[in-house]
Write a protein that binds this ligand. Sequence first.
Ligand code: ADP
Length: 429
Amino acid sequence: MTRTRKIIAVLVAAMGPLVLVVLARIPLGGALWASAGMAVLMALILRPIRPPTARVTTPVPVRQDGHAAQEVLGILPDPVIVVGAQERVEFANPAACAIYPGFEPGILLSLLVRHPEVLAVAGRARIKGAVQEVRFALRRPSERFLRVMALPLKTGRMALVFQDETELHRAEHMRAGFLANVSHELRTPLASLSGYIDTLGGHAKDDAAAQERFLAIMADQAARMGRLIDDLLSLSRIEMDAHLAPKTQMDLNAALSDVKDALTPVFTARGVQVQMELPAAPVYILGERDQVIQVIQNLIDNAIKYTPKGQNVTVSLMADVRRQSPGFDQKALGENAPRLQIVEAPRDPGQRFVMLEVRDPGPGIPAEHLPRLGERFYRVEAGKTSERTGTGLGLAIVKHIINRHRGGFSVQSQPGVGTVFTVALPRAQ
Ligand code: ADP
């Protein structure tokens, strides 16, 4: 609408109430106020609506001086060193300074870096004009395994980029150790089996009594190999699901009674009793039933193994304990008996736990062995009872299952008094 037309529209709106003075005989004062109001209203209606102005931003100047690149290198967790002309170091990021604290601009590379492997790889990269790499170990302040790449740059400089492979190295070391342990554990019963096979085919060929005895031992060894393989398979299954916390509910009370029934022939044969102190009502936890049963079974089985004839294993359950409540870190054997947290329960303030305690009046475990419980194949007294019957994997399986269930696992033991294993499992809401 043009400006003139807008003025006419405002005047017409203002005239309306004045016309009413003549036609409807309304008072002139009121009509003047009404006509002014109408004029203002029309002017407002016809006011052009401006689109919101876009906010103008000042473009950020791109820094051409290499500071941006240095800033990025500065926060990189991997050490980086830039070497310029005459093998003088131009730049080292904080991660590199942590390894080589003597950095100052212009220092000779050979004065800053004392590792011959690194100097050699830098020299090779210069001569060949191509990327070279090498692995080496740092002994101080703690042992670390690093890979360093020497990258010649177009400007004539060279970048030395380090990568920390300590974790990888550790995992590889553990894997190799684990394989060596498995082979060792299988080799013993296997050697025994093949020895008896030779004997049965040789000088015991016609000795019925010896055959019977040897066959019983062979059956024992075969069963041991079977247990070992079952435990190894269990461990690998649990590890595969480690990141998936169980979401199903199960009644821990009922599971405990089932395990007791299943183990009755075992503890009766040993002349031991298992005493259960359980709440009357069901106790629901978030757990995978088979795995929770395996935890209970491994702990009660161990307790039975170490309990002297005629004495009791005690299993008790507390149905509702918070992480921060004193009951959580209860020391069943008193303040002075050594205690170790094998798996630390999550510190989520809202989470409530069910606590399961398995206590035996056995010989106990010396304090220096506690930190290693839960390691695969670790046995406190190699060569004794547990060596013959156990696989050394029972507590490792418990530890992994509890980890997967986002629970807690601890042990308290006093030589000559006994041992208490405590498991915390998340209570179902
Ligand atoms: P194993 O199958 O040999 O019993 P575990 O992993 O279950 O393996 O236990 C590891 C070691 O911890 C056992 O060999 C034993 O030395 C020690 N141990 C476990 N439970 C008890 C206990 N209740 N009392 C004394 N020592 C125990």
